[in-house]
Design a protein around this ligand. Structure first.
Ligand code: HPA
Length: 283
C-alpha cells in the first residue's frame, strides 16, 4: 500500500466514526496532556489511537494517546493528546502520520507544543519559547521516499516553517497576558537519551536555543502540505552541563506540570486570537 493509500484509508476510518471538520490542529507536549479536560474545551468526541486501525500508538508513560475533537470558544479544534516519537522505534513517516491526518481532516493551522531543554544560557526552567525556526538534520526528513503529490511538492520551501503572522499573534497574546515569552530556534535530536554536555555545546554552536525529541519533523510535514505552523516550547530544564544537576524525565515532567496552568491560558487565548486574525470567516 502506498503512503497516500494508507493515509486515505485511515482518514476514511476516522471519518466513518466521527463527523468533525477542524480549523485548527493542536499537538500537546509533556505537561499539557490534560489541556483537553479544561473547562473551556467543549469536547465533541474523542478517539483513542488504539481504536484506529493502522495507527502508531505511543508507549511513553504519561502520554495519553487519543484525538480530542472539541470546540474552544466556538472554534473547531482537533487535539492530539499524546504523540508518537521517533525514539520509540517508529519510522519518521509513522511519527508524522497523525499530523498529516489532522491536515487532511481540514485543519489549516497547526499549533505544536513540547517540553524542551534550554541550550541558551539566558533561559531558565519554566520559560516559554516561541519557536522562530528549527534545525531538524539529526532526524531523517519525513518527506523521504516517494512524494505524496496530493499533499505537496517534491522540494518544498522551508524559508518560513513557523508562520510569521501566527508568531506575531502569539507574541501579542502573551504580551496582553503579561506572560514572558522567549523566542528561539528549536533543534530536534532523536533521544531518548538526553544530550552530553559536549553535544549541548554543539547544539549551541549550531545556533539552537532549545533541544527536544519531537516537533521539527511534524513542522516539516505540515509545512509540506500547506498547513500553517506555529510552535511553543516549555523549557522544562536547562540542558546537561549547564547546571550541576543530572537530568531526569521526572524533572522535565515536574516543570512542565508546574507551568501548565499558564501554558494552557496562553494556548487558549492564542487559539482565539489566531482564529480571529488568521482564519477566513467561512473556513
Ligand atoms: N533534551 C532533549 N529533550 C528534552 C530535554 C532535554 O534536555 N528536556 C525536555 N526534552
Amino acid at each position: 500500500m502506498s503512503e497516500t493509500e494508507r493515509l486515505n484509508t485511515i482518514l476514511k476510518n476516522i471519518q466513518s466514526k466521527i463527523d468533525f471538520k477542524p480549523q485548527i490542529a493542536l499537538t500537546l507536549g509533556s505537561g499539557l496532556g490534560n489541556y483537553a479536560d479544561g473547562e473551556e474545551i467543549e469536547i465533541a468526541a474523542t478517539l483513542d489511537y488504539h481504536d484506529i486501525e493502522g495507527f502508531p500508538v505511543s508507549t511513553v508513560q504519561g502520554h495519553k494517546g487519543r484525538f480530542v475533537f472539541a470546540k474552544i470558544h466556538g472554534i473547531p479544534v482537533v487535539i492530539m493528546q499524546g504523540r508518537v516519537h521517533y525514539y520509540e522505534g517508529y519510522s519518521i513517516k509513522d511519527v508524522v502520520l497523525p499530523t498529516r491526518l489532522m491536515g487532511m481532516m481540514g485543519a489549516k493551522i497547526l499549533i505544536l507544543t513540547n517540553a524542551a531543554g534550554g541550550v541558551n544560557a539566558g533561559f531558565k526552567s519554566g520559560d516559554f519559547m516561541l519557536i522562530t525556526d528549527q534545525i531538524s538534520d539529526f532526524v531523517p526528513s519525513p518527506l523521504i521516499s516517494e512524494n505524496i503529490d496530493s499533499l505537496g511538492v517534491r522540494f518544498p520551501d522551508m524559508s518560513e516553517i513557523y508562520n510569521k503572522k501566527l508568531r506575531e499573534v502569539i507574541k501579542d497574546t502573551a504580551k496582553g497576558m503579561d506572560t514572558p515569552l522567549k523566542e528561539g530556534i528549536y533543534l530536534q535530536l532523536t533521544g531518548p537519551n538526553f544530550e552530553s554536555p559536549a553535544e549541548v555545546r554543539m547544539c549551541r554552536i549550531l545556533g539552537a536555543d532549545a533541544v527536544g525529541m519531537s516537533t521539527a519533523c511534524e513542522a516539516i510535514a505540515a509545512n509540506h502540505m500547506g498547513v500553517k505552523v506555529c510552535g511553543i516550547s516549555c523549557i522544562s530544564n536547562l540542558c546537561a552541563g549547564m547546571t550541576d544537576q543530572p537530568l531526569s524525565h521526572t524533572e522535565v515532567q515536574e516543570t512542565a506540570d508546574r507551568v501548565a496552568p499558564i501554558f494552557k491560558k496562553l494556548l487558549t487565548a492564542s487559539i482565539v486570537n489566531i482564529a480571529n486574525a488568521c482564519l477566513a470567516p467561512n473556513e
